[in-house]
Write a protein of this length. Structure first.
Lengths: 151, 195
């Protein structure tokens, strides 16, 4: 077979698989949104997010003064991003066959509520959470982070 | 002479960098939904604050205080209300040696299928498990095949295939821990997770 025929064969085999073999690319899915809530991907312009949309490692979630975004990650971690906030998904990978994975988030601005999922349950050391000034080590599950708190 | 010295010192004082203002931030531990103990450790400039009780607060990495459920609800109520729904898991068992679901599992299957509509942007993850009879690799493949069987039934019942992902955990996550090669029907199961 020529080189190109070999490549084509591989592509066809993948297409036949009827259910998604665990897709390693996506990090999570948007479940709730309200007001001005966007995702910035790479050097792109902010795109309004929609329920059901996938998010990926490297994505930046940015909300306006009235914006909210709720995201469930592929390991069941739940994030709720409040107004005037910025959350960076630095890294995410999870394999549901082995429960192996890693998650790295940066809370850059505003307020985010986090309910951790399976990566924190099975390998809390693989969860890397940072604000501008702090790192958060997990032994448990639910917490709120507010950066630039004004009282 | 003395005045000049004081000036120099003052100037010297001004010339050095003031210590960086702590970035205003607040980290609050919330009560866990499953009631299990949880704690987090906040590390800021080598200072560590451990939060181990619900509503404990770390302020700017320097101060450990506490808030209350009412204050949290007042300040963050909308953010908490906008969090995604908690995933729900339905566990199905098969009649021994067959592809048929038990009577209870047929009910659970129906509940899972109808629950999907109540999850915005729903995803369905079907995860197969086996007991420890057989080789690890064999059970990996068998558990995945069981998951695919259930996934096919969900599609036949109207769930779009693109919403469904399958996985096989093999013998790695028994409900009832056993020794190797011990048959345990309760471990032979498929979970439908809706989120």
């Amino acid at each position: 077979m020529s080189y190109f025929e070999q490549i084509l064969t591989v592509v066809i085999v993948f297409a036949i698989t009827s259910f998604s073999a665990w897709c390693a690319d996506t990090a999570g899915t948007v479940k709730t949104t309200s007001g001005h809530a966007t995702v910035i991907r790479g050097q792109g312009t902010p795109l309004a997010i929609a329920v059901g949309q996938k998010v990926f490692g490297g994505d930046r979630i940015v909300t306006g003064p009235d914006g909210y975004a709720g995201i469930t990650m592929d390991d069941d971690t739940r994030l709720s991003v409040g107004p005037k906030s910025e959350l960076l998904i630095r890294e995410f990978r999870f394999d549901a066959n082995s429960n192996d994975g890693a998650m790295a988030l940066s809370f850059l601005k505003g307020t985010v509520m986090v309910v951790t999922g399976l990566i924190a349950k099975y390998a809390p050391e693989k969860v890397d959470l940072r604000t501008l000034a702090s790192t958060i080590g997990i032994r448990g599950t639910e917490f709120l982070v507010e950066v630039d708190a004004k009282d | 002479m003395r005045q000049a010295l004081i000036c120099l010192i003052l100037l010297a004082g001004c010339a050095t960098e003031p210590p960086p203002r702590p970035v205003p931030e607040r980290i609050i531990l919330l009560p866990s939904t499953d009631g299990r103990a949880s704690s987090i450790v906040v590390t800021t400039n080598d200072r560590q604050i451990s939060l181990a009780t619900p509503y404990a607060v770390a302020e700017a990495g320097a101060v450990a205080t506490a808030t209350t459920a009412d204050e949290v609800d007042l300040r963050y109520g909308r953010i908490i209300a906008m969090q995604p729904k908690r995933p729900r898991v339905y566990t199905l068992h098969f009649v021994f040696g067959s592809d048929e679901l038990t009577a209870e599992s047929r009910v659970a299957f129906e509940q899972a299928r109808s629950e999907i509509a109540s999850f915005p942007g729903a995803e369905v993850i079907v995860i197969g498990h086996t007991d420890r009879v057989g080789a690890v690799e064999f059970n990996d493949a068998l558990s995945r095949k069981r998951a695919e069987t259930v996934a096919s039934r969900l599609v036949a019942a109207g769930v779009p295939a693109e919403r469904i992902a399958v996985a096989g955990r093999g013998e790695r996550e028994p409900l009832i821990p056993t020794n190797d090669e011990v048959a345990e029907p309760r471990n032979r199961r498929v979970e439908i997770k809706v989120r």
